[in-house]
Design a protein around this ligand. Structure first.
Ligand SMILES: [Fe+2]
Ligand SMILES: [Fe+2]
Length: 427
């Protein structure tokens, strides 16, 4: 029997990839900023203001404040609050999904690699200095300075959006009165001071500049904060899968199941470990572009029209737009973007055929389709595994790469359809 030396094992066990955590977080913020509606850079703007306030206050870790702000509402994927009017803390706390979101967000951060210290800020970002916040009704100095910075910055963005104009003086007046009950006087004063710095607010209020500001903060604060192991990268990309898989109900767990099955199929095909790992990452993020597709289409309780289908197909390009800016994940973004291509060239977005389609994307297409077929839809019941496999075999050579289908069938036969516990066991 061959024995593997430790050095060989290290060489084959890793993609050797090293990614900037800040770039992954900024990409995630751009995804979150599409929920509930596009082009409102809420997370980005809150992150820029929080980082700047933290640097003035000196007693708050700037990177923690920046990261916490970039994803602070990740636990809120079912928001029914109209963002154009002020919702008091009491009103917010009466909506279960809203009341829970700081806890869900904190849990996700605590479990993500390198973000444990960010979790307490997210947990307390709706607590108020006067004790009327949520989820726990903390008050005064029980609330950390970092969480108060986050609260002030999020309130600032709320006021800016409600105001509908970028004028500074009315914004400062509204902020002074609203933030007084939410955070301590020192935080209000620091925030007002920062917003008054020459040129800063003008840039912060322009949606198109927020991303540039985020990038420059990432470059300044986070150059040596790297995700250097495959497990780190996987853990961070699972946050994207969390966003995609949370809605609608029939998609829960989809990206993770596709990732698990893609790994098994790649193994069955004898692909190297680094190639398999990149495929797993592509599977975790492949549907993230769906946040750009109107909810009314995603939630439609019936088959989609031709026009609606074309809109859904744009999600592949949107996925690439979100992921490709993360340096080191360009190949992963390309694999994810091609998961709708068909072997005969009839797919989307570019009509690639055969070997023009990255092998990872050809595997992803088969695993994605299997999961879609075996999942419930509002307009049809879930198919059982054997019927789904028959459909894949019928599409072999036209829609799907025949080599991939041949490798996938035995894998799908032994993994029960949509069986979450069984899939988790493979983690
Ligand atoms: Fe929030
Ligand atoms: Fe999918």
């Amino acid at each position: 029997m061959d024995t593997l030396q430790p050095s060989q094992r290290t060489a084959t066990a890793s993609t050797q990839i090293s990614l900037w955590r800040g770039e992954i977080m900024a990409a995630l913020a751009r995804v979150l900023d599409y929920c509930p509606r596009p082009q409102v850079p809420h997370h980005g703007r809150v992150a820029v203001l929080s980082a700047k306030m933290a640097s003035n206050l000196r007693c708050v870790d700037r990177l923690d404040a920046f990261y916490a702000a970039l994803i602070h509402d990740i636990g809120l994927l079912d928001n029914t609050c109209d963002p154009d009017r002020y919702w008091s803390p009491e009103e917010q706390a009466n909506l279960p999904a809203v009341r829970m979101h700081p806890l869900i967000g904190a849990q996700l951060a605590a479990e993500a690699p390198g973000l444990f210290s960010v979790a307490p800020l997210i947990m307390d970002h709706h607590e108020c200095y006067d004790g009327h916040g949520y989820p726990r009704g903390k008050g005064g100095d029980e609330i950390s300075v970092g969480a108060q910075v986050l609260r002030f910055s999020a309130t600032c963005d709320g006021v800016l959006r409600e105001q509908g104009s970028p004028e500074l003086l009315p914004l400062l007046d509204a902020l002074r009165s609203r933030a007084a009950s939410q955070v301590c006087a020192e935080i209000v004063n620091t925030g007002i001071e920062v917003l008054g710095e020459p040129g800063f607010y003008a840039q912060l209020s322009r949606a198109e500049d927020v991303d540039i500001l985020c990038q420059s903060i990432t470059h300044r604060l986070a150059t040596d904060d790297l995700a250097t192991t495959d497990a780190d990268v996987t853990g961070l990309l699972e946050l994207f899968a969390h966003v995609t898989d949370a809605h609608p109900a029939d998609k829960i767990g989809h990206s993770r199941r596709v990732a698990h099955r893609s790994v098994l199929v790649a193994m069955a095909m004898g692909l190297p470990e680094d190639v398999t790992m990149k495929l797993k990452w592509a599977a975790l993020v492949h549907d993230v572009g769906l946040v750009t597709v109107p909810k009314a289409i995603l939630d439609k309780p019936g088959p989609l029209s031709h026009e609606e289908l074309i809109q859904v197909h744009t999600h592949a390009v949107a996925t690439e737009r979100f992921i490709a800016p993360i340096r080191g994940l360009e190949e992963v973004a390309a694999i994810a973007a091609a998961h709708g291509e068909a072997f005969d060239g009839s797919g989307y977005p570019h009509g690639l055929a055969g070997n023009e389609i990255p092998l990872g994307a050809r595997i992803l297409a088969v695993c994605d389709t299997f999961d879609a077929l075996t999942s419930h839809r509002p307009y049809r019941a879930a198919r059982d595994s054997s019927l789904a496999i028959d459909i894949l075999i019928k599409g072999s050579g036209s829609l799907f790469d025949p080599d991939v289908v041949t490798a996938a069938v035995p894998v799908f036969l032994i993994t029960r359809a949509s069986d979450e516990p069984a899939m988790h066991a493979l983690n």
